[in-house]
Design a protein around this ligand. Structure first.
Ligand code: SAH
Ligand code: SF4
Ligand code: F3S
Length: 440
C-alpha cells in the first residue's frame, strides 16, 4: 500500500506532514511520488491567504476521476482549511469524493480514522478546536531532511492579529514541556540531526507548565551534544525578551539569524492590525539584537494594502525596510479571511493600488537584499551542506549560520559533505543566494 502527502502551508504544516507520514509508515504504507498513483493521498492545507484556498479546491477537483476509476482510493484532507466549518460544509456538499477530513489537532487519531474508513467504507470527519492534550509521544516523523529537523515548541496562537486566520485554525496557544522538547532533540541528535528549528507561531510567548520561558529552552537545547545549530521561528516583536536577546551572546549554537515580522511600518496600521508594538519599539528591538550579535541577519514579513493603508502609511513601511536593511523579506498583499476582524473593515485598498505598492516594496526589498549579500563577497563562511543542485550535481547547496543560501563547488563528493560544516569562500553574490567554492 502506498501513500502521498501534498503540503501547502508553513513549516508547522510541513512538520504535521512529517508526522502523518510517520503514522502511515508505521501502518505499513510506503511513500510514492505520484499523488494519483497512491492508495492513500493526504492533502495538508493552508488557509492563510486566498490563493492557498483556491489551490486547494482546484486540487480536490482533480481527484474526482481518480476516485471514479479506483473506488478503493482514499482521499484525506487535513490542515488549516477544515478547521473552518464553512470549508467542511463545502467539502461535504461539492466534493463528496473526499473520504476523510481531520483537523490540525486530530493528527494522532489519523490511523484510527483510516482504519474506520477502510472497515466501514463510510465518510469520516474528525475536527476539534481546542484539544487539551496534543501529544507527540507516539510520533515518529519521516523527516524531509536527514541532518536538520523541525521541532514544535508551541501549538496555536493567542495573538489575534486582525488579518490572521491562524488563531482560528490552530486553536489556543499551548507550550510543550521543556523536558519533552529536549528529549526529542536528544533523540534527533542521536539520529544524526545537527540543526534544529524550534517552531511556534510566537516562540517568545513560550511558557511551559514548570514556568520555563523561551530563553530557558534555548539554553537547555544549547547543551545537547551533537546539535550544532539552533534556529527558531517565529518571533513576535511585542514579546521578545531581554533574556532571549542575551542568548545570542551566551549560546554558542544559536544561529545569528532572526525572522522578525514587521507587517507594516505605520503605527496606525500596526494598531489596526492588533500587533501591540510601534515602529519605535520595533527599531529599538532591532538595535538590541544588533548590539548582542553584530553579524545577525534579519528577515521579515510585510503585508501591503491592509484596509485603511494610505500612501503615507505605505511610505512608512518603505522607510522601516530601509532603516532595518532586511536580509530578506516575504511580502504579501492583504487577503481578507472570513471570520477575522479585518475582513469586516470597509476601507479596502483598491487592487491596483495594492499591486503597485507591492511591486515598489519588492523592488526596495530586493535592492537591500542584494546590497547585504554583496558584503559577503570575498569572505569565507561556515556552511552546513544540505543538498545537491538539481541542475548540476557538482554544485552543493547549504546555509550559513545567518541562513544565507550558498551554492558552492568542492573537490569532495556530496556524500562526504552532507550535514557537515564546510568553509566556503564567497565568489559571487546574488539577490537570493551566494556562490562560492570550498576552501580547505
Ligand atoms: N505566526 C507567524 C506567522 C503567521 S502567517 C507570525 O506571527 O509572523 C505568516 C505571514 O503571513 C504573516 O507574518 C503575515 O505577514 C502573512 N499573513 C497572515 N495573514 C495574512 C492575510 N490575511 N493576508 C496577507 N498576508 C497574511
Ligand atoms: Fe497570526 Fe498574529 Fe498569531 Fe502570527 S502572531 S499567527 S500573524 S495571529
Ligand atoms: Fe497556513 Fe495554517 Fe500555517 S493557515 S500558514 S498552514 S498555520
Amino acid at each position: 500500500m502506498r501513500y502521498h502527502i501534498i503540503t501547502y502551508g508553513c513549516q508547522m504544516n510541513e512538520h504535521d506532514s512529517e508526522n502523518i507520514a510517520g503514522l502511515l509508515e508505521a501502518m505499513g504504507y510506503e511513500h510514492v511520488d505520484d499523488p494519483y498513483k497512491a492508495d492513500v493521498t493526504v492533502i495538508n492545507t493552508c488557509s492563510v491567504r486566498d490563493n492557498a484556498d483556491k489551490r486547494f479546491f482546484g486540487t480536490l477537483g482533480q481527484f474526482k476521476k481518480v476516485k471514479k476509476n479506483r473506488p478503493d482510493f482514499v482521499l484525506c484532507v487535513c490542515g488549516c482549511m477544515p478547521q473552518q466549518p464553512r470549508v467542511v460544509e463545502e467539502i461535504n456538499k461539492r466534493f463528496s469524493w473526499v473520504d476523510i477530513v481531520f483537523g490540525t489537532q486530530n493528527i494522532a487519531e489519523f490511523p484510527e480514522l483510516l482504519e474506520k474508513r477502510l472497515k466501514t467504507g463510510l465518510r469520516v470527519r474528525a475536527i476539534i478546536d481546542n484539544n487539551p492534550d496534543i501529544s507527540e509521544a507516539d510520533m515518529k516523523p519521516v523527516r524531509m531532511h536527514r541532518h536538520k529537523a523541525l521541532v514544535n515548541i508551541t501549538y496555536g496562537c493567542n495573538n489575534f492579529c486582525t488579518y490572521c486566520i491562524v488563531p482560528y485554525t490552530r486553536g489556543r496557544e499551548k507550550s510543550r514541556m521543556m523536558s519533552d522538547v529536549c528529549d526529542e532533540v536528544r533523540r534527533l541528535a542521536a539520529d544524526g540531526v545537527v540543526e534544529v528549528m524550534l517552531l511556534g507561531q510566537n516562540v517568545d510567548s513560550y511558557r511551559d507548565a514548570a514556568g520555563h520561558r523561551f530563553a530557558d529552552l534555548i539554553k537547555a537545547v544549547n547543551e545537547i551534544d551533537g546539535i550544532e545549530r539552533i534556529r527558531f521561528m517565529t518571533s513576535h516583536p511585542k514579546d521578545i525578551s531581554e533574556e532571549m536577546i542575551d542568548c545570542f551572546r551566551t549560546c554558542d549554537k544559536l544561529c545569528h539569524n532572526i525572522h522578525l515580522p514587521v507587517q507594516s511600518g505605520s503605527d496606525s496600521i500596526l494598531k489596526r492590525m492588533n500587533r501591540h508594538y510601534d515602529r519605535a519599539s520595533y527599531l529599538e528591538t532591532v538595535d538590541k539584537l544588533r548590539k548582542a550579535a553584530p553579524d545577525i541577519t534579519i528577515s521579515t514579513d510585510v503585508i501591503v494594502g491592509f484596509p485603511g493603508e494610505t500612501d503615507e502609511d505605505f511610505e512608512q513601511t518603505l522607510d522601516i525596510a530601509r532603516r532595518v536593511e532586511y536580509d530578506s523579506a516575504f511580502t504579501f498583499i492583504y487577503s481578507p479571511r472570513e471570520g477575522t476582524p479585518a475582513a469586516k473593515f470597509t476601507d479596502k485598498v483598491p487592487d491596483d493600488v495594492c499591486h503597485e505598492r507591492f511591486d515598489r516594496l519588492v523592488d526596495v526589498m530586493n535592492e537591500i537584499s542584494l546590497k547585504k549579500n554583496r558584503e559577503y563577497k570575498g569572505k569565507v563562511c561556515e556552511v552546513i551542506a544540505e543538498g545537491v543542485s538539481r541542475n548540476d550535481d557538482t554544485v552543493i547547496s547549504g546555509r550559513t549560520d545567518g541562513f544565507k543560501l550558498v551554492n558552492f563547488t568542492s573537490e569532495r563528493s556530496p556524500e562526504q559533505l552532507m550535514g557537515r560544516k564546510v568553509m566556503v569562500e564567497i565568489t559571487e553574490t546574488k539577490t537570493f543566494s551566494l556562490e562560492g567554492r570550498e576552501v580547505l
